[in-house]
Design a binder for this molecule. Structure first.
Ligand SMILES: *Cc1c(COP(=O)(O)O)cnc(C)c1O
Length: 439
């Protein structure tokens, strides 16, 4: 079993007051102290999944662990993940700057994305990112021009043509994708790098096939394609490419219906298929990058909400409204994502279970956080704890309805520390200006 196979943070328990606690901190006390909605990150769970990955992949000596920071990118979490020995995959100037400010060794950072701007590429070179994953022909030429007299180590992002069974919006490796070079375009890209773009130094290939993946076989197929291409390019162009980045995508357990594989299971298939492909295509063992995002951070995070109004539709649904919703967690309204939750102040009460629908506070009918969940008589003032919100919640948060973004606390050994301040009303208007002619 690995940490991504748990719905709740590893330190979750019901304490002697009959309330939920995580990282030794009573969740009701956290809600009182910091307000709600509140993102809570459990440091033990985060370190535990990092260790699962390291252990599972230790059988391949040339492994390099990266964290895809788009899942959650803050100074404190970056620091912990760097401390666990991970590098970082970043997809914007903002993520790059955040990991830089947290003290990350920038040579362990890969800059990826399908439309990096001129300014972002300049920043990448200034901060000294270790690799840039070039996504398309336009970017090859742009990066070569920006590099001037520097040499930039690059990977080529390719589309391996693998379909994985996940939501259409989070598939990325199928043939008709907006990401990366098609397999039939690689040779042309390599020729340009070798003959025209003298500032670019090609090191290897990069792919990413999707997210919230439960199948293990797709990783085997992906690695076979990458090794085959590396061998073919080395042979055809007399190159010595020795880096393969297979992206991320391992799933997590949002509800009891989800059965993600363990890190051991995916490591086994990846390393087995890699070793056999190395033999089959006769290449030297390459550096293998793996860059999970969701499975690193999701399980360590929960969100606390305060329950407010309720509405019983006659002969219909009972709606229970919370003080957050689609602005702090857009995943249910965006792609029908499902979550598990408990009431933190009465997690064990079973005599009063009711089927309710958790409604967000935002002005959209689609702002429903959880449909048809059994909860013990949810009442005004109860604290709802939604599990597995570490990934793609805060990182996708908005200020819709001009609501301030929530605070985030880190918990460990009964201690809680604010790692992201709650936005204030002043923050909300701080970027607004009234032109003089209106005054
Ligand atoms: C999003 C992304 C990841 C991480 O995906 P998860 O499903 O969060 O693990 C890794 N690599 C690339 C290139 C990505 O775009």
């Amino acid at each position: 079993m690995s940490t991504n196979q748990s719905i709740k943070p590893v330190t979750t328990k019901v304490n002697s007051s009959g309330r939920l606690e995580i990282g030794g901190c009573d969740l009701v006390t956290l809600a009182e102290k910091y307000g709600t909605p509140l993102y809570v990150i459990d440091e033990k769970t985060l370190r535990s999944i990092c260790n699962d990955y390291k252990k599972s992949f230790s059988a391949y000596s040339k492994i390099k662990m990266m964290y895809a920071s788009k899942a959650l990118c803050t100074l404190a979490t970056s620091k912990i993940i760097a401390d666990e020995g991970f590098g970082f995959d970043v997809v914007s100037g903002g993520e790059m700057y955040t990991v830089y400010k947290s003290g990350v060794d920038m040579s362990k950072v890969l800059f990826n994305g399908n439309n990096k701007s001129y300014d972002e590429l300049v920043l990448g070179l200034e901060l000294g990112v270790g690799r840039i994953s070039v996504d398309n022909f336009f970017e090859l030429s742009l990066l070569n021009e920006i590099a001037k007299d520097k040499t930039v180590d690059i990977l080529l992002r390719i589309t391996p043509g693998i379909e994985c069974h996940t939501h259409e919006y989070i598939q990325t490796g199928h043939l008709d994708s907006k990401f990366g070079f098609d397999l039939t375009q690689i040779d042309e890209a390599v020729e340009l790098i070798l003959n025209e773009y003298n500032n670019l130094n090609l090191r290897g290939l990069h792919a990413h096939i999707g997210s919230q993946i439960f199948e293990t076989s797709v990783y085997g197929d992906e690695i076979e394609i990458l090794v085959k291409e590396i061998a073919r390019l080395n042979e055809k162009f007399g190159l010595n490419l020795d880096e393969i980045n297979i992206g991320g995508g391992l799933g997590v357990k949002y509800t009891g219906a989800d059965n993600p594989p363990s890190t051991d299971e995916i490591a086994k298939i990846i390393i087995e298929r890699l070793n056999s492909a190395i033999e089959k295509y006769k290449i030297n063992p390459p550096v293998l990058y793996i860059e999970p995002g969701r499975s690193i951070i999701s399980t360590s995070g929960v969100t606390l909400y305060t329950i407010g109004s309720s509405k019983q539709v006659p002969k219909g649904t009972k709606y229970v409204a919370i003080d957050g919703g689609m602005a702090d967690n857009p995943r249910p309204s965006m792609y029908g994502a499902e979550y598990s939750a408990q009431i933190a102040n009465k997690p064990d009460e079973t005599s009063t279970l009711q089927k309710v629908t958790i409604a967000g506070r935002f002005c959209e009918s689609g702002d429903i956080l959880i449909k048809n969940i059994n909860l013990p008589n949810p009442e005004e003032g109860d604290i709802l704890c939604v599990f597995n919100t570490g990934a793609y919640n805060y990182s996708m948060a908005s200020n819709y309805n001009r609501v301030q973004k929530s605070a985030m606390v880190l918990v460990n050994n009964s201690q809680s520390d604010i790692i992201v301040n709650r936005e204030t009303l002043e923050d909300l208007v701080s970027h607004d200006l009234i032109p003089n002619r209106l005054i």
